[in-house]
Design a protein around this ligand. Structure first.
Ligand code: AMP
Ligand code: GLY
Length: 429
């Protein structure tokens, strides 16, 4: 088959690496891809939001299946546009992707099905928001302020005081985040441990993937600003079969039902961000795509061919499928450009990538890289590399990943030194 992957991050490199190994794939393209993806797929320089050019490319090249990585094209309807043009696509329709594209919509579905989630309100008027914030504040816990729409990771503020919450709300309503913040969702702060729950969904059947946990804060000890994710590991010790069964029953299945009842059958990956509280699992957010860097640790553990699973999700055939997982663990350390998630410079040269890839049980996924004309690999983004180690347990996966990190010669980059600490109580070497 001829396949096209959309996206250019570490998640898309993991997808390309996994799909390139499928005996069913004859030719694999990625738009726009990156320097690492270029080893597994033919990169084509088309932006993921340029639907007209993407569709023309698919027709010219007779692409049979498109795997969409990021949320922005899904929320803008790429799956609909492809299918209307006779091109099969993996990923939810525009209507179903609203589960990520609008936090207020997600909360409405939760309310309809009694899905456990943080108590919240939806606001367009600052005065009404202020009254709600004063009420939520009871108990002295922080207040969470979220832009309703997609805000590229900048849409969630954990405010320590009502004044801070009000300032964040006012800024969003004033247009600081563009149209994403025209509606603001304000919610109670949940305490507990976070878990990333993934399932493939075909409109009806929910086929669970293994669990993963990521580290969202930039610095060691889960300190510093929120990022897209500085590392991840799978399996997640917290995701016991009992907990996963409860998340499936109380959250994933009712969500998929609520979507279908609202006229938006969900097909694709359902990624639920869960807070495991003392009262049980509660839904923090829903994403309509694989997590990044969770995808980089899930796919190396998948023994089954990924392609038939993605196709079965699109074709409504998941009830006939089961997935095999390797018993081993995987852990990903993200290397980012200094300054990320704030401002950073592009163009620094990264050396030592071959030596890092040569470390046993290691795969180096590229996230924000570009090949310079002279062949050098340069940093071209905030999160730049995802170094994945594998091993019989999380500790040995961590040891392998950090051994490869040590081979990367990139003075302008940084990484956390404690990825996996919840699963491995001692610090890495
Ligand atoms: P989101 O984009 O909704 O995943 O939010 C980003 C991060 O903010 C989450 O991964 C959590 O760490 C944190 N967060 C979001 N909502 C809440 C909440 N209600 N209580 C505590 N932390 C939250
Ligand atoms: N790692 C979290 C995300 O992909 O949103």
């Amino acid at each position: 088959m001829k396949l096209l992957i959309l996206g250019s991050g570490g998640r898309e490199h993991a997808l390309a690496w996994s799909l390139a190994a499928s005996p069913l794939v004859d030719r694999l393209y990625c738009a726009p891809g990156n320097a690492g993806i270029a080893k597994d797929a033919v990169c084509v320089p088309i932006d993921v939001m340029d639907f007209a050019r993407l569709i023309a490319f698919c027709k010219d090249e007779r692409i049979e299946f498109v795997v969409v990585g990021p949320e922005a094209p899904l929320c803008a309807g790429i799956a609909n546009r492809l299918e209307e043009n006779g091109i099969a696509a993996f990923g939810p329709s525009e209507a179903a992707a609203r589960i990520e594209g609008s936090k207020a919509f997600m909360k409405e579905l939760c309310a309809r099905k009694n899905i456990p989630t943080a108590a919240s309100g939806r606001f367009t008027d600052p005065a009404e928001a202020e009254t709600f914030i004063a009420r939520l504040r009871q108990g002295g816990r922080p207040i969470v302020v979220k832009a309703d729409g997609l805000a590229a990771g900048k849409g969630v503020i954990i405010a320590a005081t009502p004044a801070e919450a009000m300032a964040a709300t006012a800024g969003m309503l004033r247009g600081d985040l563009g149209s994403a913040g025209k509606v603001v969702v304000i919610e109670e702060f949940l305490e507990g441990e976070e878990l990333s729950y993934f399932a493939l969904v075909d409109g009806e059947t929910v086929l669970e993937l293994d669990g993963a946990q990521d580290h969202k804060r930039a610095f060691d000890g889960d300190q510093g600003p929120n990022t897209g994710g500085m590392g991840a590991y799978s399996p997640a010790p917290i995701a016991t079969p009992t907990l996963k069964a409860r998340i499936r029953r109380e959250i994933a299945v009712p969500l998929v039902e609520a979507l279908a009842e609202s006229g938006a059958r969900y097909k694709g990956v359902l990624f639920a961000g869960i807070m495991v509280t003392k009262d049980g699992p509660k839904l923090l957010e829903v994403n309509c795509r694989f997590g990044d860097p969770e995808c980089q640790v899930l796919l190396p553990r998948l023994k089954s061919d990924l392609l038939p699973a993605l196709m079965a999700a699109r074709d409504g055939q998941l009830k006939h499928l089961s997935l095999q997982w390797r018993a081993e663990a995987a852990l990903c350390v993200v290397m980012a450009t200094s300054g990320y998630p704030g401002s950073y410079k592009r163009g620094s040269v990264i050396r030592g990538l071959d030596a890092a890839s040569a470390v046993p049980n290691v795969t180096v996924f590229h996230a924000g890289t570009k090949a310079r004309e002279d062949g050098a690999v340069i940093a071209d983004g905030g999160r730049v590399l995802g170094i994945v180690g594998r091993g019989p347990d999380v500790k040995s996966a961590q040891t392998a990943a950090y051994a490869a990190v040590a081979k990367v010669d990139w003075p302008e980059g940084y990484c956390r030194r404690d990825i996996g600490w919840r699963a491995v109580p001692t610090l890495p070497p």
